[in-house]
Design a protein around this ligand. Structure first.
Ligand SMILES: NC(=O)c1ccc[n+]([C@@H]2O[C@H](COP(=O)([O-])OP(=O)(O)OC[C@H]3O[C@@H](n4cnc5c(N)ncnc54)[C@H](OP(=O)(O)O)[C@@H]3O)[C@@H](O)[C@H]2O)c1
Length: 247
């Protein structure tokens, strides 16, 4: 589905929440979903970045987005409940979630992983997805065929030396997705993972500072899979972990 060609109106009438929508892959996903008709809810921690995405979408004729400023590091289930209630009141339903926001932490030997960093990475990458999804399920159920996409990584399937904290957070992400996919099968809700593969963003540059970014796919290049999983052409796909750049 990496050469999937989405119809222009794939997401018309659909309300989609994107976390980490201010930069990198999340920014591109928000712009792309809006271009295909979605009303986007832009969640992130840096409001100025979210506002730039908002302005871009409006300037390009997209549906007016909503902004949710939220730092997942400090977010609690109560924040997510409040958020779900606001979405329900404002939109009446939620057709999709792209759990995209994550942090890398520092790459280090396993023996050197610090407790504080471990907690921060798990809080943002895992707890954020878990408690946000829990709170959003009722409003997702109000939509026909809602799609929840989690973002994984190659190191979330096979561990890699020095990537301990981030890798374990992505293994957990795959586990959350599989559990939900099994629990909600045949309900109209579907849960899948997407693995972007090496993509030209700040996170990739942090992980591989010596790499020439020009050799990498851009966030725009990998959008076909993001569109496929969010739209109704993937309505029978549940419990899968799909690669944007298969080896
Ligand atoms: N790029 C790759 O090669 C690659 C490969 C495999 C998997 N992935 C995954 O793809 C996803 C997107 O990565 P990316 O490369 O686009 O990363 P990125 O450029 O670092 O962007 C991450 C986004 O998440 C937001 N974010 C980070 N911490 C947050 C927090 N505590 N609360 C709210 N928002 C927060 C960031 O906000 P700010 O803008 O405010 O920092 C940013 O908008 C991640 O899940 C990553 O693990 C990426």
């Amino acid at each position: 589905m990496n050469n999937y060609q989405a119809p222009n109106d794939l997401l018309k009438g659909r309300v989609v929440l994107i976390t980490g929508a201010g930069d990198g892959i999340g920014e591109q996903a928000a712009k792309t979903y809006a271009k295909h008709g979605a009303t986007c809810i832009l969640l992130g921690r840096t409001v100025s970045k979210l506002e730039k995405v908002y302005d871009y979408i409006v300037a390009n004729g997209g549906e007016e987005p909503a902004i949710i400023p939220l730092d997942l590091k400090g977010a609690t289930p109560a924040h997510y409940e409040q958020m779900a209630q606001t979405i329900s009141e404002q939109f009446g339903k939620l057709d999709g979630v792209l759990h995209n926001a994550s942090i890398l932490g520092h790459l280090s030997a396993f023996k050197d992983i610090g407790e504080e960093e471990w907690r921060d990475v798990m809080q943002v990458n895992v707890n954020g997805c878990v408690f946000m999804t829990q709170a959003l399920i009722p409003v997702l159920k109000k939509a026909d065929n809602a799609s929840v996409i989690f973002t994984t990584s190659s190191v979330g399937r096979k561990g890699r030396a020095f990537w301990g904290t981030y890798a374990v957070s992505k293994f957990a992400t795959e586990g959350v997705m599989q559990t939900l996919a099994d629990e909600y099968k045949n309900t109209g809700l579907r849960f899948n993972c997407i693995n972007p593969g090496g993509t030209r963003t700040n996170m990739r540059a942090q992980a591989f500072p010596a790499e020439n970014p020009e050799t990498l796919k851009t966030p725009e290049d990998i959008m076909p899979m993001y569109l496929y999983l969010m739209g109704n052409d993937s309505v029978t796909v549940n419990g899968e972990s799909l690669d944007c750049q298969p080896k």
